[in-house]
Design a protein around this ligand. Sequence first.
Ligand SMILES: O=C(O)CCC(=O)C(=O)O
Ligand SMILES: [Fe+2]
Length: 343
Amino acid sequence: FNTIGTLNIISNHRSDARLPTTLYAGGFGGSTKSKNNKGKAKGGGRLKKKAPPNLFTPEGRMEHIKERIYAADVSPLAKLSLQKLPDGELSLDIDPNAIAVVDNFLGEELITAMRKEAESLLPSMVPSQSTRWDEETQSVVAYEKKGVLSTQIEGGTAGYEKSPRLVEYIVTLTANLSHKLNQILPDDCHLTGDEQTNKLAVCLGDGSYYDKHIDNLGGTSDSGDRRKLTALLYIQPPGSHCGQPAYPHEKVEDDPRGGYFRAYDVPEMGEVTCIAPRGDRLVVFWSDSLVHDVSPSFAPNGHDERRWALTLWFIADKAGKIRATDSQVEERHFGANTGIGKG
Ligand SMILES: O=C(O)CCC(=O)C(=O)O
Ligand SMILES: [Fe+2]
């Protein structure tokens, strides 16, 4: 995977469009500016009813996304659990299987516009690559995922022109969700706010699926893979995949379109947690520990039902550590011969 450095966004909505404003992920409402901005009125006065966000301008959209991030409940990610260390000792630490699910994250208007942008990129998307363990050659081999196309959203002028809202989302989420989480997480889980990597992917609806995997297996090797946290945004119409009962009791069988995100080993939720790819739903989890897959995805009523997901990987900062894969988890899910998959 490639890591994009700071994304420069060129804002072109102004009348003086030839004098572009460059917005930097790290400096735009990022780590220094947004402390304690939860619901506070400017000037410390009474809370006034806020004007609706202006989603016609980049600044308005980014401000809106930032507000949605600070309103979202991502506290499940700070949950602690008792874990067995390799020497058998127990330690209280951040739960490796924690998941935060945020519904109606960005609102119907923005998610609908983002879907349009995503679909406009389809002609440039290519078969998604994956890796699997090959018994014959006893090595990890790359293969093309059937029925899944993907691309990486790039920053810079060219990338911004192609899909401005997707770039704005990536920059704003990177800067602000990292900042918000760093305040509630221990140092070894800290994330950078100005670097990320991402993938826009579509399941074409022919039963395509993702094998069981952990996104980042780099914990024991010097792989250079610093991906720490995964944030998936499902870019479908809000309310799609609204099966009964709701999360966390959703079941794959609830919907003929399938395409459920399935997490394994999540405590108190039974063996498998099923999460529908519901439009405008954000799903956040630890890239270096959560075992997950995607059930076969179908689009029985045509292209509108195709499963679009934008994955953003947050990068561990200098103090952040990539966990080594738990050997018992590896054995339970992938067999002793480490047929382990990687996202
Ligand atoms: O689209 C999803 O729900 C999950 C995709 C995934 O696991 C991955 O890209 O690593
Ligand atoms: Fe994954």
